[in-house]
Design a protein around this ligand. Sequence first.
Ligand SMILES: [Zn+2]
Ligand SMILES: [Zn+2]
Length: 117
Amino acid sequence: MICPTHNSEAVGICSYCGRAVCAQCPKPSGPRLVCSDTCAAALAQADKAMETILQKSVQNTRASAFYYFLCAAGCAAGAVGANFYFHVPFLTWFMGGCSVLFAIAGFWYLRIARKQS
Ligand SMILES: [Zn+2]
Ligand SMILES: [Zn+2]
């Protein structure tokens, strides 16, 4: 591949726009090969956006975990209430079972969140 600007053999391609980059091309500092400051800035921006998305997903997972724990607590309270006020064993077991399932889901999401961060 030939660099279009300097008409000499390219040493690589720009990580952002894919243009050929030769040894004479001004190379902005950074871990990746880019053809210009504009591309370096654009690449940094894209990285930042990606990071924000990742952080958001961790937050979402944490929020889900919190939500499931809340449901678990609600179901546990429901099971206790059903036991005391309605005296229906089925309802108590059902609510208790839901509470356990929600708690497991909450722990599961918490584990995912820990792995992501
Ligand atoms: Zn470029
Ligand atoms: Zn060049």
